[in-house]
Design a binder for this molecule. Structure first.
Ligand code: ATP
Ligand code: ZN
Ligand code: MG
Length: 303
């Protein structure tokens, strides 16, 4: 049995994760959620000085946002679309017949004008763009969402539906780079103080196909993405629990995000993965939270 499956089975056995029958889709226990809540308040406290506008979006977004953002260029294999029944009585009868016969009943489903949100920050750029030029000094947004990625896995740290909280910075290139560098340091301190072994590493996104290999290496060459890694399921392959992404003017170009002086803005985001951080804590401190290090309990629950 692999290290990944062994940890998954332990979590299921302890009823911390509830398997759904689909890989990477779990229910969560009260214990799991209390850790998620603790991480959420820890992030809130550490982001207090960011003067961030708080917004929350549902886990689906307009299909046009996915189309415009370029997500389908890089990650067509991860994207989730929403399909619904849009037929008449006859189509309904066909659906029921197929269902009864154990045949594919989904043929008549139509793609509607929604997709599942792949990362919490995607709805932020059109929101800000809709307001016109950025204010002097740019702006920072605090956003969180359930996210979907079609990457079924037996590794419990790679879910298909998971929660992400992000701070997104929109501003001049130097502001945005300083924000990103600052959060790399903060992230290291915040997570290290929870008693977790952390490492920062240069990273790339899992771009699709042959063209993707080029995109991934150019992302690395330009040092656009860093990850904070914690060993969770496999000591040899630590897991990205925080990501620090510098998009340069990618989102600004597609959404026409302008600085107060009319120049194209730059953007960056720091993303915290709630499920991965929770699993990292369970892995390192055990399933009995009353025995967790005092400093960790204090940071999460002030207890
Ligand atoms: P990986 O390299 O492991 O695929 P990622 O670098 O693609 O992850 P990001 O796209 O940067 O991850 O997403 C931001 C954060 O969301 C990650 O740092 C991680 O904590 C979390 N995350 C990403 N994918 C998943 C997943 N499949 N399951 C749970 N959490 C995830
Ligand atoms: Zn982001
Ligand atoms: Mg990655």
């Amino acid at each position: 049995m692999s290290a990944e499956t062994a940890f998954r089975d332990e979590l299921i056995e302890a009823r911390i994760l509830i398997p759904s029958g689909v890989d990477g889709v779990f229910g969560r226990s009260g214990l799991f959620e209390s850790i998620v809540d603790g991480i959420d308040s820890l992030i809130t406290r550490n982001g207090q000085d960011q003067d961030a506008e708080i917004v929350r979006f549902p886990p689906a977004m307009p299909r046009s946002v996915m189309e415009t953002s370029g997500y389908l260029n890089g990650f067509p294999h991860l994207a989730g679309t929403v399909h619904c029944f849009c037929g008449d009585e006859r189509a309904h009868q066909t659906l029921l017949r197929c269902l009864e016969a154990g045949e594919d009943w989904t043929e008549g489903q139509k793609c509607v004008d929604l997709t599942l949100t792949p990362a919490a920050c995607y709805p932020v750029y059109p929101m800000i763009a809709g307001r016109g030029a950025l204010p002097q000094g740019g702006c920072t947004v605090d956003v969180a969402s359930y996210c979907f990625r079609h990457e079924p896995s037996l590794d419990p740290t790679r879910m298909q539906l998971f929660r992400m909280r992000e701070f997104v910075r929109l501003g001049s290139p130097s502001d945005v780079q300083a924000f990103r560098d600052n959060w790399v340091q903060r992230g290291k301190t915040i997570i290290g103080d929870l008693g977790l072994p952390v490492a920062i590493d240069l990273a790339n996104d899992p771009f699709f196909g042959r063209g993707g290999t080029f995109m991934a290496s150019s992302q690395r060459d330009q040092a656009l993405k860093f990850e904070l890694l914690v060993p969770v399921t496999n000591p040899e392959k630590p897991t990205a629990c925080l990501s620090f992404n510098y998009h340069m003017d990618h989102f600004s170009e597609v959404w026409n995000l302008r600085l107060a002086d009319g120049e194209l803005a730059h953007t960056a985001c720091v993303g915290f993965g709630f499920e991965r951080l929770t699993l990292a804590l369970l892995r390192h401190h055990g399933f009995d939270i009353s025995s967790w290090p005092q400093s960790c309990r204090k940071a999460l629950w002030n207890s």
